[in-house]
Write a protein that binds this ligand. Structure first.
Ligand SMILES: *Cc1c(COP(=O)(O)O)cnc(C)c1O
Length: 375
């Protein structure tokens, strides 16, 4: 036994191309989880492979204190992409680190300790981000985690208004919860969070690590709601599977963020991959495509699955299908009998996060497969 902790699946993947993964025996699988939303432009997109490969040959690494073209270009792209005036960029290596930085920056800029997080929220597994993650089993045996975190019911504006006060450094939440069951936040709720944080001088941190990069039908979920946070975090699909995360901040946070750093921050290869990924999302208008094909997919799921499921919900290509029994068995049947890969979100929700590049034929194939396993 070598690796541990992760539970392994009985399929050994050998290669990936677009919306398909192929195992070592040559069987193709439709990847409707995009390997946890990490391949928004599809597996091994040629533009991303080219950018990373040329960068690898040119310069694999240089210490973060020297500027290099790939990182400088990515700073500019992310700065321009950030919603409203959220245009200062900190680069790191994963989602949890992006949130860890967000919480550190917010504490430093406000000089306060308290952090408000939400029930069912997921923000990562390091000691700070984990402290803001809801699920108890992720924390068991690892305490004490970072202190000063208070949880409020996700979606409850009054509870949020009551919790956010003059001691609050930050509120952290997902605009559409992924891991917690695909729970969309109503616009009025996000507006209430925005008002409460602004009134208290606290930072509103939107974790878009799963929902961002076009997945919900606009580049950022925040834009769908017309809410501009103080800090926005992204990771997962940013490097098309290479490890990179980013914390985007407004000036008042960035100007007083304190002393933070990371050896691999914005390394050349991941920066090149992220720059190319953002290019493809923009050039192929994948957010608008996700909006359109996502609406089609949800409609088809609703009409085909009918009473066989409890609910179909989500935005764009971030879709939850709440089923009537445990989702694990269904996911296994989908994979082994229908060569379709999807994800769980809790015990009773099938989570669909396909590459944003899927076409109707893929949506139809997925609906056929899901209809068979839930029927
Ligand atoms: C996956 C995820 C994280 C953690 O990202 P890692 O790269 O696994 O550390 C944080 N927040 C959300 C919403 C996520 O989906």
């Amino acid at each position: 036994m070598s690796g541990f902790v992760f539970s392994e699946k009985p399929i050994e993947i050998a290669s990936g191309d677009g919306v398909y993964l192929t195992d070592t025996s040559g069987t193709e699988y439709l990847d409707f989880g995009a390997s946890y939303a990490c391949t928004p432009v599809g597996h091994c997109h040629p533009a991303v492979v080219d950018a990373a490969t040329s960068q690898l040959e040119e310069l694999m690494y240089v210490q973060a204190s020297y500027p290099h073209a790939a990182r400088t270009a990515l700073y500019e792209q992310l700065s321009a992409a950030g919603p409203g005036d959220v245009d200062n960029v900190w680069l790191c290596n994963s989602g949890t680190e992006a949130n860890e930085a967000a919480l550190k920056f917010a504490r430093h800029a406000t000089g306060r300790e308290k952090i408000v997080a939400t029930t069912q929220g997921f923000h990562g597994r390091t000691m700070g981000a984990l402290a803001t993650t809801w699920k108890q089993t992720y924390k068991q045996g690892f305490e004490p985690l970072a202190g000063g975190v208070e949880f409020v019911e996700y979606g409850d504006s009054d509870a949020m208004r009551e919790a956010v006060d003059e001691d609050t450094a930050a509120v952290i939440l997902e605009p559409l919860q992924g891991e917690g069951g695909i729970n969309p936040a109503p616009t009025a709720y996000l507006e209430a969070v925005r008002e409460a944080t602004e009134a208290a001088g606290a930072a509103m941190v939107l974790d878009e690590i799963q929902a961002g990069l076009g997945r919900t039908g606009s580049l950022w979920a925040a834009e769908r709601h017309d809410v501009v946070p103080d800090v926005l975090t992204t990771a997962k699909g940013l490097g098309s599977g290479l490890p990179i995360g980013a914390t985007l901040c407004r000036d008042w946070i960035a100007e007083d963020a304190g002393d933070h750093g990371s050896t691999f921050s914005g390394g050349p290869v991941v920066s090149a991959a992220a720059g190319a990924t953002l290019d493809v999302i923009e050039r192929e208008a994948l957010a608008a495509h996700a909006d359109e094909i996502g609406a089609y997919l949800r409609d088809e799921l609703e009409s085909r699955l009918g009473d066989d499921v409890r609910d179909v919900r989500g935005d764009g290509l971030m879709i939850g299908v709440e089923v009537k029994r445990g989702s694990n068995r269904l996911l296994r049947d989908l994979a082994l009998d229908h060569q379709m890969l999807a994800l769980p979100a809790g015990r009773t929700v099938l989570r669909l996060l396909p590459p944003l590049t899927i076409e109707r034929e893929h949506a139809d194939a997925a609906v056929d497969a899901i209809a068979e396993v839930v029927g």
